[in-house]
Design a protein around this ligand. Structure first.
Ligand code: HEC
Length: 504
């Protein structure tokens, strides 16, 4: 017990010392908005002329950041490269500058305004039409210039000279407290390992933990605190299902990336900011459905999705859509607690609920003399599988995001070290591995993003992760629009009594 108390105390101590953030003046902030979103203060319309034909479009369609990057380092995207917009570089020295084959003396405020509005550099060279010509009021131009002077030092929140702050939400009490301790221990243990090895690009990772409290309101406040007061760079493996659908828009509003498991089915969350290392329950059940169709040949026969509770109802919806897309036609869904489900003639049951529910279901099926194939996510029911009657031997199939065969020597050793340092056993392995992989993914993304870290760079770096070996799971891959590292899970047949598990 004392170990855990110490753990929470040391974590919470970090919370008080919020580092000084770079404060922008109102003028610089207005310039930042123009730079990032193409909007003037008071939401007045700003326009830009684009292309050789000088077509007039709202600047919000072509904000500076979309080409020069939110951090001003320039995004090469075929054709002419948008140069880095670093005030020092632009205005430095008396000599000639060379960019994209143009040669010009240092910029001044006046010549900078001219290049942005008319597309001519200080030497009078006409810029490539890839750079729009912006129609700016004097106030817009002043704001923009003020911000361009600060752009290079306007780091994202959480990035300090020697430290990088990440945050998580872990409840200290309530039904998830035990799981939260496991997640917290794995994150803390892994972070210590990384910091001992010198951190990432010279920065030590610092984890800030906030308790999401009992309900949605308290969880929203906790997340708000992490973002606005603690100013964390990214959110890692939060355990706050009460946030529900509020999570993505809250992250969206402040551009905070998150790596970790979602409590919602990923199919109903469309956020470019959220990266999930392991497949969710929906993907696990779809993997079972693939198996049922291909290996058991039951796709054309009657199938039933059984679920309990409002949370599972949402999951049942997305699962039903997914199965429908894959050609399951004789499919119904039913809540199974209200009354005895209609299972006559049903060949396959996709079960969404907990282990106790599964035990009750098998009992009632058995008394009706039915033994349809049963499919469930291991994370939901694994604890009770031993109590499933022997009639379901080789007729019960569970999905697992990873199996022991995925564990390499290194992966096993790394997790063992974290477990040993944190006094963790093998309990809640799925949670441990999810937290461990989330952190590994963050570290990989940060390494790739470089010393000049920004949230946008992290997102781009994560998107480029392909075939990433965690040592504990199949290789993870992401991509544009792909936010789950693994789209499918392992199917494992259960032999009863026992149980004995047979990866298929
Ligand atoms: C659609 C892409 C795009 C957008 C949007 C865009 N730029 Fe550019 N910008 C470029 C390209 C490409 C160049 C290089 C053109 C060349 O060298 O001929 C450039 C050049 C510049 C230069 C000249 C730098 C130098 O070294 O001479 C400045 C300054 C600049 N942009 C500022 C801005 C600002 C400020 C905004 C927003 C108000 C903006 N740009 C929006 C693509 C863009």
């Amino acid at each position: 017990m004392s170990r855990w108390r110490l753990f929470w105390l040391t974590l919470l101590m970090g919370v008080g010392c919020v580092a000084q953030a770079l404060e922008l003046t109102p003028q610089e902030q207005a310039g930042k908005r123009l730079y990032r979103e193409g909007l003037a203060s008071g939401d007045a319309q700003v326009s830009a002329r684009v292309g050789a034909a000088d077509i007039l479009v709202p600047a919000s369609v072509v904000p500076c950041a979309s080409c020069h990057g939110a951090d001003g380092t320039g995004r090469p995207e075929g054709g002419v490269r948008p140069p880095a917009l670093n005030w020092q570089r632009l205005t430095r020295g008396a000599g000639e500058h060379r960019v994209n084959g143009r040669q010009y003396p240092a910029y001044t405020e006046a010549s900078l305004a001219r290049v942005i509005q008319e597309g001519r550099d200080p030497a009078g060279n006409v810029l490539d039409p890839a750079m729009p010509r912006f129609v700016l009021s004097m106030a817009d131009q002043r704001n923009l210039t003020a911000y361009l002077k600060r752009l290079a030092e306007d780091r994202d929140p959480g990035v300090e000279e020697r430290q990088l702050r990440i945050g998580t939400l872990l409840p200290q009490s309530g039904p998830l407290a035990g799981a939260a301790r496991v997640v917290g221990a794995v994150l803390q243990g892994s972070i210590e390992r990384i910091n001992q090895q010198g951190g990432i690009h010279g920065r030590q990772l610092q984890l800030t933990v906030v308790d999401p409290g009992p309900d949605r309101t308290s969880a929203e406040q906790a997340l708000k605190r992490l973002i606005e007061q603690e100013r964390v760079f990214a959110l890692l493996s939060p355990l706050a299902p009460a946030l529900g659908t509020a999570l993505p828009p809250m992250l969206e509003r402040s551009g905070v990336p998150m790596i970790g498991a979602l409590s919602l089915p990923a199919a109903s969350v469309q956020s470019r900011l959220i990266f999930e290392p392991l497949p969710g329950v929906r993907e696990q059940l779809l993997s079972l459905a693939d198996y049922a169709a291909e290996r058991l040949g039951v796709k054309e026969q009657s199938a039933l999705i059984l679920y309990s509770g409002a949370e599972q109802a949402a999951l049942a919806d997305v699962l039903q859509q997914g199965l429908h897309q894959e050609g399951w036609r004789a499919l119904r869904r039913e809540a199974y607690e209200a009354r005895q489900p209609l299972t006559d003639g049903v060949q396959s049951v996709f079960f969404l609920g907990d282990g106790a529910g599964l035990a009750r279901l098998t009992e009632s099926l058995l008394s009706a003399g039915q033994t349809p194939y049963l499919f469930a996510a291991s994370s939901q029911v694994a604890g009770e599988v031993a109590n499933v009657p022997a009639q379901w031997s080789q007729r019960l199939f569970l999905a697992y995001p990873f199996v022991p065969g995925d564990w390499t020597e290194e992966g096993r050793a790394a997790l063992a070290e974290v477990r040993k340092n944190q006094g963790l056993g093998g309990q809640q392995t799925l949670l441990q591995v999810t937290a461990y992989c989330s952190l590994q993914l963050l570290v990989e993304g940060l390494k790739r993003a470089g010393r000049d870290a920004s949230r946008e760079k992290l997102l781009a770096a994560l998107e480029g992760v392909y075939g990433f070996d965690t040592g504990l799971t199949p290789p993870l891959s992401f991509g544009p629009g792909r936010r789950q590292g693994l789209s499918r899970a392992h199917v494992v047949g259960v032999e009863l009594p026992g149980p004995r598990f047979h990866p298929q």
